[in-house]
Design a binder for this molecule. Structure first.
Ligand code: PHE
Length: 348
């Protein structure tokens, strides 16, 4: 086939054959077969390209150009057909008036949200967020906090003791901390005053599960120690934070109470979020809701960590995060937080 006219003739035949074959191809597989036949390594077109060398140089360019034009035409038509087949098979099935697919977005757990809001109340007042281990020693959880050996919360019923040898027998048995207060001890043992810390974390108590009790829940502990920290500071800090949390006009009251690690101690109530103080089912007709425990750090606690109680003063407080989350959102059963039911969780 060394005559350019002969080549042209055979090419137009090839083109005709190609058009027919492509028109008859109905599936993506058939289109692919057409491509292999007319554009593959063993196609007539490839054979022609290989033979270009037999033409004298002046004709070589013309023939070569024609071959390349044809090759591009074939390629484009095959691609077009493939696209068309694709869109034919997909497009008619798409109803553009249907609502789009919703990709479910994750969000923070309501307890985490409440925890972060709580910490955000204290951070601007200079309180640093510190964490401690959930597994701790009897010493940090009880002795150092001035909880005497015969205190009822020492009993197995109130604390999960861990059945493993203690790495530091002098600090007593290992347990799951029953409050975040042991972190006060850890921080004071490792740092000097002045201190302003808030400690979020999980705590454990072997309470039977019901609407208001869970064997695991979260607390936020606070501790401020300086050379002159007074009960007035405690009142100011807590009132500020509770009003930030529950609204600026929230009434706050301090009620005398007892904790072994603080003296004097108080429980803090806010006017009921349900009835604003007139009495309803949420507050048991009392008009007040108990929110947290607090007090001035007991001198024995300072002694246990090597601070001199004549030189430093401090206050501490502790609150339950689930309880606050329940009050802010009107949730009546603590178990809802831990069931992981998306119908509940996705509301926050
Ligand atoms: N640790 C106490 C509790 O769990 C709360 C508390 C902390 C009270 C600090 C006073 C001071 O009940």
């Amino acid at each position: 086939m060394d005559d350019p006219y002969q080549v042209q003739e055979s090419l137009s035949k090839l083109k005709e054959e190609f058009e027919i074959a492509l028109a008859q191809a109905n599936t993506a597989g058939e289109v692919e077969l057409v491509r292999v036949k007319f554009l593959g390594r063993k196609s007539p077109l490839a054979a022609h390209l290989k033979q270009l060398g037999v033409f004298p140089p002046d004709q070589r360019a013309t023939v070569g150009k024609e071959l390349n034009v044809l090759k591009t035409t074939f390629e484009n038509k095959v691609d077009e057909k493939k696209q068309a087949r694709l869109s034919q098979s997909v497009l008619p099935a798409v109803d553009v008036t249907l609502p789009g697919l919703v990709h479910p977005l994750g969000r923070l757990h309501p307890v985490t949200q409440t925890l972060q809001r709580l910490l955000d109340c204290f951070r601007p007042l200079g309180f640093e967020v510190v964490e401690g281990p959930e597994l701790d020693y009897e010493f940090n959880n009880f002795d150092a906090l001035n909880i005497p050996r015969d205190h009822p919360s020492r009993e197995n019923f109130d604390t999960f003791f861990v059945d493993a040898p203690s790495p530091e027998p002098k600090k007593g048995k290992l347990l799951l901390r029953s409050h975040t207060s042991p972190v006060q001890i850890r921080v004071m043992q490792s740092r000097k005053a002045p201190l302003r810390i808030v400690v979020p974390g999980r705590v454990y108590r072997p309470d039977p599960l019901d609407a208001s009790h869970s064997f695991m829940f979260h607390q936020v502990e606070g501790l401020m120690v300086d050379d002159r920290t007074s009960f007035t500071d405690l009142k100011g800090v807590l009132a500020h934070c509770l009003q930030r949390l529950f609204g600026p006009s929230t009434k706050v009251r301090f009620r005398p109470h007892f904790f072994p690690f603080t003296e004097p101690s108080a429980e803090v109530d806010i006017a009921c979020t349900g009835c604003k103080g007139s009495g309803c089912a949420t507050c048991g007709r009392k008009g007040w809701l108990e929110i947290l425990g607090c007090g001035m750090v007991h001198p024995n606690v300072f002694r246990a960590v090597g601070y001199d109680p004549r030189r430093v003063q401090g206050f501490a407080f502790g609150m339950g995060v689930e309880r606050i989350a329940m009050l802010t959102h009107g949730i009546r059963d603590i178990r809802l937080f831990f069931d992981n039911d998306l119908r509940f969780l996705s509301q926050f």
